[in-house]
Design a binder for this molecule. Structure first.
Ligand SMILES: [Zn+2]
Length: 200
């Protein structure tokens, strides 16, 4: 179901972090989180050192808000949480961070091979080539995620991009506003900005 995708996708990240917060063994981390085990191990050590004590309650607040709005696309993970666990720090390989965030391999590969900054001209060109649909539409992507193609089916299936009716724009903007109010943080690029939204 389209509406549940944003919530399901955020809930997956929450469940991983919750699991890492209860001191799983290295062996189980390696087994369960094979695609991002270095990153997951580092997070579990930070939890054990009590350096991430405030992120689980923040994510629970984020989930509660996201549940109310039922967006078809996942908003960016709480930027404070992302900073604390090292998503932006470049310590771990991009591919591990990408797998943790459930980005598809095709998108991880295109991000590492081409230098792309957000939704760019070629994404827009792909969208412009689509047969005209009824009504005005918006293209929505999770902020920080750069799809290999605006039409990437895997990214769509994972609730990272979608083409939605323009009426959905208000809903997403309200969600962004409520998240900003409830979960203040200091990341300059993610102030009131949990989605990339382009009118098409
Ligand atoms: Zn892709």
């Amino acid at each position: 179901m389209q509406e549940a995708k944003g919530l399901l996708s955020l809930n997956r990240i929450y469940r991983i972090l919750k699991d890492l917060s209860i001191n799983p063994s290295t062996e189980s981390i390696n087994k369960k989180y094979r695609d991002f085990s270095t990153f997951a191990l580092r997070i579990s050590v930070m939890f054990a050192d009590d350096r991430l004590f405030d992120i689980i309650p923040r994510l629970e607040t984020q989930l509660e808000i996201v549940r109310k709005y039922a967006p078809g696309v996942r908003p960016a993970l709480d930027p404070y949480t992302s900073s604390q666990i090292g998503v932006f720090s470049k310590i771990d390989p991009d591919a591990e961070i990408g797998h943790f965030l459930d980005y598809p391999d095709c998108c991880i590969k295109s991000f590492s091979e081409k230098t792309r900054y957000g939704i760019d001209k070629s994404h827009i060109e792909e969208l412009m080539k689509l047969p005209r649909q009824k009504g005005e539409k918006i293209f929505v992507a999770t902020a920080g995620f750069i799809p290999c193609s605006a039409l990437c089916k895997k990214a769509r299936a994972r609730g990272l991009v979608a083409i939605l009716n323009r009426s959905e724009e208000e809903n997403l903007k309200s969600l962004e506003g409520e998240l900003s109010m409830a979960l203040p943080h200091f990341h300059p690029e993610y102030q009131n900005h949990y989605y990339e939204i382009k009118r098409i």
